[in-house]
Design a binder for this molecule. Structure first.
Ligand code: DC
Length: 211
């Protein structure tokens, strides 16, 4: 069984994915975390998204794995990066790296190979449209920008990361814009996806709706 969850930034995709995976006893894979790990890898090497030569040269040395569990542990070349990929520098850059077809190709292959090991719930932007077009069930999540900004602010502040409302909102809008308009696998709402607008739903309501 493959459950695909796509949608805009900060609309609770990972929360729903985690809850469904726990309820159904299957694996949750946060594909956004993989794009974040790629971003950290290139940022550490000072390779910018417009340096395609540098990206092509360094991609073979990139190793990402997700260790499923209560929360997805993200490994980048042997290091645990679960927390560091949530930093604001990564938020600022991730969509610019996620546009690059070579990067997407590598991650899509990895995502497909992960699902060969058993049933998964995978969340992201192109899971129902590109990675698993034949997924058992597809969800498309959305919420208004105010709700999403407040949720992301609360998440950052809970981690002790200082954040301002307007800056967080601007980052979400910019990422949505890039993610929805890129040439390679843009975020789209699949015709066969179940749409959930969770602006007015709490986590438990959302899980009830999905189940
Ligand atoms: O879900 P997230 O906010 O952690 O994802 C970070 C970025 O990664 C997002 O802005 C776009 C990109 N992404 C993508 O292009 N395709 C995916 N399947 C998942 C994420």
């Amino acid at each position: 069984m493959i459950i695909a969850i796509d949608g805009h930034s900060a609309c609770g995709k990972s929360t729903l994915a985690k809850d469904l995976a726990k309820e159904l006893g299957i694996t949750h894979i946060d594909s956004g975390a993989m794009y974040r790990a790629v971003t950290l890898y290139f940022r550490k090497r000072n390779i910018f998204p417009n340096d395609l030569e540098g990206i092509r040269k360094n991609l073979p040395g990139l190793e990402i794995s997700i260790v499923p569990g209560e929360t997805c542990t993200v490994m980048l070349n042997g290091d645990v990066v679960t927390e560091s990929i949530r930093a604001s520098d990564i938020n600022d850059w991730v969509s610019d790296y996620a546009k690059i077809p070579e990067i997407r190709k590598k991650l899509v292959e990895l995502q497909r190979s992960m699902a060969k090991r058993g049933s998964v719930v995978m969340d992201g932007r192109d899971i129902g449209s590109v990675v698993f077009p034949n997924a058992t069930i597809k969800f498309f999540l959305t919420a208004d920008i105010r709700t999403r900004t407040n949720r992301r602010l609360a998440e950052l502040r809970a981690k002790g990361i200082p954040a301002a409302y307007e800056a967080v909102k601007a980052n979400l809008i910019r990422r949505d814009q890039i993610d929805s308009n890129r040439e390679d696998s843009p975020l789209i709402q699949c015709e066969d996806a179940i749409v959930i607008d969770n602006s007015k739903l709490d986590v438990a309501d959302q899980q009830d709706v999905a189940l």
